[in-house]
Design a protein around this ligand. Structure first.
Ligand code: ADP
Length: 257
């Protein structure tokens, strides 16, 4: 039908249509390519902990005379991997939902209230770290409350996860002349310069857990989701960090007039 249509049009129209079609085809191919890459990366991420669990269970089934202590270690390993797998599936589902082209809800959101609520909820997971609410200006933004909450959970959980006992996590919300700034500061293990360039990449995990901390078993999806949420709200996100000193996540949103 398109060929018939283009035949009935004059040369310049036909050229424009052909050009537009070529462009859409290229875009479609790019999206398909990105989807293929995502599926292959996701399967790889799922297979790794699964292989760990399978291997460990095989050992338990095959060898009957493993000492109790060793058995316990193997089971703990299985448990760790299964927990990681669970987190991965939750994050992947969250991503799929986010990418499903569902329109973002646009609602008036009291960001200071949301920060305070999320902060209180996550305080339960702080262990032996200190958690402080710094300056908390009253801020109204137009946005999706669930997504903004997800963003706060990701940033504050990361600050907690990558800060050893005795460290401090502080959250500030500052309302400026032109924009709102959210700062999540921690005195944790920090991120090296090279890793810092990649932390927003899907599935990327910095090799920064060796410094006296057990691996908190992340999925490498949190910051990728965080960036997507921020961009959907016309904001910007960046991380400043110094290994051994700490990390600050800085999010800015345009001010609602
Ligand atoms: P993960 O689920 O692994 O935490 P993220 O995408 O949230 O995935 O973060 C990517 C990586 O960036 C993490 O694996 C970690 O190495 C590093 N990172 C993120 N936040 C912090 C932080 N506050 N302090 C130190 N490292 C961090």
């Amino acid at each position: 039908a398109l060929t018939a249509l283009s035949a009935s049009l004059d040369i310049t129209d036909r050229k424009a249509i052909e050009e537009a079609l070529r462009h859409s085809e290229q875009q479609l191919l790019r999206v398909m390519e990105a989807q293929k890459r995502f599926v292959s990366e996701a399967s790889h991420e799922i297979k790794t902990p699964l292989a760990g669990i399978q291997g460990n269970l095989e050992v338990l089934l095959r060898f009957k005379d493993i000492p109790e202590e060793e058995k316990l270690e193997i089971l703990q390993d299985c448990h760790r991997e299964a927990t990681r797998l669970g987190r991965l599936v939750t994050d992947l589902l969250g991503m799929a939902k986010g990418n499903a082209d569902l329109p973002m809800i646009e609602d008036d959101v009291r960001l200071d209230q949301l920060v305070q609520d999320t902060f209180r909820e996550l305080e339960r997971t702080r262990g032996r770290r200190q958690m402080l609410l710094g300056q908390l200006d009253s801020c109204l933004v137009l946005g999706d409350p669930d997504r903004l909450k997800q963003l706060l959970v990701i940033l504050v959980s990361n600050a907690i996860k990558y800060t050893p006992d005795g460290g401090t996590v502080t959250v500030h919300l500052l309302s400026g002349e032109k924009h709102i700034e959210l700062r999540v500061e921690d005195t944790g293990i920090g991120i090296g310069e090279e890793d810092l360039k990649h932390v927003f990449d899907r599935f990327y995990r910095a090799d920064n857990t060796a410094q006296g901390m057990t691996d908190p078993g992340g999925t490498g999806l949190g910051l990728n989701i965080a960036r997507w949420i921020v961009e959907e709200h016309q904001g910007q996100i960046r991380l400043e960090s110094q290994p051994g000193v700490g990390t600050t996540a800085i999010v800015t949103f345009p001010l609602l007039k």
